[in-house]
Design a protein around this ligand. Structure first.
Ligand code: PBG
Length: 322
C-alpha cells in the first residue's frame, strides 16, 4: 500500500510549529497610511464609503499623526482637498496650499513619521482630471511643468518623499530634474509607475472630491488587460529617476506585483485602494465575512506577491492586530 513519505501536516500541527515555518510576515514597517486633509478647524469628517477613514483639518490631522506614530506606522501619504478648484489646479503648487500647510504643521512637531505627498492635479482641478485640458483632451507636456512645481512646493514645505500619481508621460524625469535644480536632490520619488484605470478608485473620489467631470482616465491610466506594458512603464520611471515603484490597485493585480518583484530590484509598493477597502468593510458590516481576518489575509497576500510597502486604509487597524 502506498504511504506518503512527505506529510505536510507534520508542520501544521500547532501554532508554534506553524510560526516557525511561516514564509511571509506582515509588519507594521510595511505600512503607509493615506490621509485626507481639508480646510477648516476641528474637522474630522468620516468618508461614507470608507468607514473609519476621515477628512481632517490640519489641527485634527496632527492628533491623528500622534496616533499613527504611537502605532509604529512609519509613513503617511497625504491627499489634499483644496479651498478652491480651478482649471489649472493652482492650489496644488501654491506654497500656501492645503498640503503645503499640512506638511509644515506636521514638521513643526517632533513626529518622525515619513511624510509622503501625492503629486497630482485631479484633487485641485475644477474638471477633476490629472492634467491640463484643452476641450476634452488631457494635455501631456504642458502638465509636466505644473507637476514639477507641485513636487518642489511639497519638498520646500518639508515633504520627505513625493509620489507622482498623474500618469503623464515623462513626469518622473521632469520632477527629478526640478527637485535637483531646487536643491532637493535627496528627496526620493515613489512613482505610481503601474497605475491602472480602475473602477476600484470610486470611494477615493468621494474622499478627495475628485471625480472627473467628463469622460474618464483611460487616456492616461493603464488598461487593465496589459502586462508587458507594466514592465515598460516601470522601466521608464526607473530610468527617469524613480527610487521606489508602485503597482495600483493591489488585489486585482497581484500578478503584476509578482512580475514587478521579479523584474526590478527596486523597493516595490502596492496600493490597496479605496474600493478594496470598501468591499471588505461593507461585507464585514453585513456580517458576511470576518472583517479583521479578511483584512489580514488580504494584506498578507499583497506582501506575499512581492510588495515591500503597502499603502492601505487598514494600516491603523492592522497595526493594532500585529
Ligand atoms: C490621484 C489618485 C487617485 C488615487 C490615488 N491618487 C485617484 C484616481 O486616480 O482617480 C486612488 C486611491 C484609492 O482609490 O484609494 N490621481
Amino acid at each position: 500500500m502506498y504511504f506518503p513519505i512527505y506529510r505536510p501536516r507534520r508542520l501544521r500541527a500547532n501554532p508554534t510549529i506553524r510560526r516557525m515555518v511561516r514564509e511571509t510576515r506582515l509588519s507594521v514597517d510595511n505600512f503607509i497610511y493615506p490621509l485626507f486633509v481639508c480646510p477648516g478647524e476641528g474637522v474630522k469628517k468620516e468618508i461614507s464609503s470608507m468607514p473609519g477613514n476621515y477628512q481632517f483639518s490640519i489641527d485634527m490631522l496632527l492628533k491623528e499623526m500622534e496616533e499613527v506614530e504611537s502605532l509604529g506606522i512609519p509613513g503617511v501619504i497625504l491627499f489634499g482637498i483644496p479651498e478652491h478648484k480651478d482649471e489649472l489646479g493652482s492650489e496644488a503648487y501654491d506654497d500656501q496650499g492645503i498640503i503645503q500647510r499640512a506638511i509644515r504643521a506636521i514638521k513643526s512637531t517632533a513626529s518622525q513619521v515619513q511624510v509622503i505627498t501625492d503629486v497630482c492635479l485631479c484633487e485641485y482641478t475644477s474638471h477633476g482630471h490629472c492634467g491640463i485640458i484643452q476641450g476634452e483632451k488631457i494635455l501631456n507636456d504642458p502638465t509636466l511643468e505644473l507637476l514639477a512645481r507641485e513636487a518642489v512646493s511639497h519638498a520646500r514645505a518639508g515633504a520627505d518623499m513625493v509620489a507622482p500619481s498623474d500618469m503623464m508621460d515623462g513626469r518622473i524625469g521632469v520632477v527629478r530634474e526640478a527637485l535637483d535644480h531646487e536643491g532637493f536632490e535627496e528627496t526620493p520619488i515613489m512613482a505610481y509607475s503601474v497605475k491602472y484605470a480602475s473602477a476600484f478608485y470610486g470611494p477615493f473620489r468621494d474622499a478627495a472630491e475628485s471625480p472627473p467631470q467628463f469622460g474618464d482616465r483611460q487616456s492616461y491610466q493603464m488598461d487593465a488587460a496589459n502586462v508587458r506594458e507594466a514592465i515598460r512603464e516601470a522601466d521608464q520611471d526607473i530610468q527617469e529617476g524613480a527610487d521606489l515603484i508602485m503597482v495600483k490597485p493591489a488585489l486585482p493585480y497581484l500578478d503584476i506585483i509578482r512580475l514587478m518583484r521579479e523584474e526590478f530590484d527596486y523597493p516595490l509598493a502596492a496600493y490597496n485602494v479605496s474600493g478594496e477597502y470598501a468591499m471588505i468593510k461593507a461585507a464585514d458590516q453585513l456580517g458576511w465575512i470576518d472583517g479583521p481576518r479578511v483584512m489580514m489575509e488580504t494584506l498578507l497576500s499583497i506582501k506575499r506577491a512581492g510588495a515591500d510597502l503597502i499603502l492601505t486604509y487598514f494600516a491603523k487597524e492592522a497595526a493594532q492586530l500585529l
